[in-house]
Ligand binder design. Structure first.
Ligand SMILES: [Fe+2]
Ligand SMILES: [Fe+2]
Length: 342
């Protein structure tokens, strides 16, 4: 059921009931006691192992695990930052432009679910560290943290002036996390069972509440009819893309901190041994991988990878930067033969 009209309170009420009825519990949603299987992959890699062409099987396993943790941490950090922006991008909007109590209740449910997801992904990170004997403070040096303060300030400024950049960023993360699960599902026999179960649970709620961002964008269309509203409809999507991208890129470069960790754990040592593979690529190939070819990374950075975004921006007539063409089906697969020998 996809609810798209913020004024249809009957539909909103039914959707809220569905979300509440199907909501899962953090402690019982998955069997946390099984821990992490260190020999299993977390995310499928493409033929160039994201940005490390020529990686050995051992390196592929470690890269797949690190990428899986980066995805978890990115979703968790973004979801954690939602309550900080909630007042400006949601509370104030609905106070200035009251619609119906159902849209408010649905929003409360949305923020509640996101806080739970952030906690679930954090718990997975802690379980991974425990299973592999890694200090979580060490792993933290490689993972994205504290969704950038510049980003937050820009989003708040945009929301205060009647913009909807916040909801474009939210819908970006939601669409990418749904796409990520498709790849995990196709390779579920090779993926760590706890990681698979957690992402399956996440997908259930994401696909149920993915429409909320679009409800808020639709509401904004009715709320801001003047020149300012027109300007926001045209520019906010690109603005959201431009303020989030520097954070994503900067945080990815934390990977190189692994040089300082290689003596602490064999897992870090394997990751550090991948650095020369990245350095061997020329600059244009590095950029091509970041925006076109590397799964997960390019899906976030290049809107042409996101069909829901393409459709929504066409609908609204939003301006879009001329990003390069992306592959039509943004799902990668493992090379099973190689994986089984990893
Ligand atoms: Fe989520
Ligand atoms: Fe979500």
């Amino acid at each position: 059921m996809r609810v798209t009209n913020p004024f249809n309170h009957n539909e909103l009420r039914d959707h809220l009931k569905l979300q509440q009825k199907c909501a899962w519990d953090l402690d019982t949603c998955v069997d946390w006691t099984i821990g992490v299987d260190a020999q299993k992959f977390l995310l499928p890699l493409d033929e160039s192992s994201i940005a490390f062409p020529g990686a050995s099987n051992e390196q592929k396993l470690a890269l797949s695990q690190l990428m899986g943790l980066i995805v978890n941490a990115t979703i968790s950090e973004m979801e954690d930052c939602l309550p900080k922006l909630k007042k400006f991008a949601w509370d104030d909007v609905l106070k200035d432009y009251p619609v119906n109590p159902e849209l408010v209740a649905l929003g409360e449910q949305f923020f509640l679910e996101e806080a739970k997801h952030a906690a679930a992904f954090k718990r997975y990170l802690a379980t991974f560290c425990q299973s592999l004997g890694i200090e979580s403070d060490d792993l933290d040096l490689l993972l994205p943290k504290a969704f950038g303060s510049h980003f937050q300030a820009a989003i708040i400024r945009n929301a205060r002036s009647g913009g909807q950049a916040f909801w474009w960023v939210v819908s970006n993360v939601e669409e990418v996390s749904i796409n990520i699960f498709q790849g995990i599902y196709r390779n579920k026999n090779d993926v760590d069972p706890l990681y698979f179960n957690l992402h399956r649970r996440h997908l259930e709620e994401e696909s149920r509440h993915a429409n909320y961002a679009y409800l808020m964008i639709e509401l904004n269309k009715h709320q801001n009819r003047g020149l300012r509203g027109w300007w926001h409809r045209k520019t906010d999507f690109t603005w959201a893309q431009l303020v989030a991208a520097p954070w994503v890129i900067t945080e990815l470069y934390k990977f190189f901190n692994v040089k300082h960790l290689k003596h602490k754990n064999p897992w870090f040592e394997v990751l550090a041994s991948c650095i020369p593979l990245y350095e061997k690529m020329n600059q244009s190939e590095k950029i091509r991988r970041m925006f076109i070819a590397a799964p997960y990374v390019s899906w976030i950075l290049n809107p042409n990878h996101r069909q829901m975004h393409i459709d929504a921006t066409k609908d609204l007539g939003s301006w879009n930067l001329p990003f390069p063409e992306a592959k039509k089906v943004p799902v990668v697969t493992f090379d099973r033969g190689e994986m089984n020998h990893a």
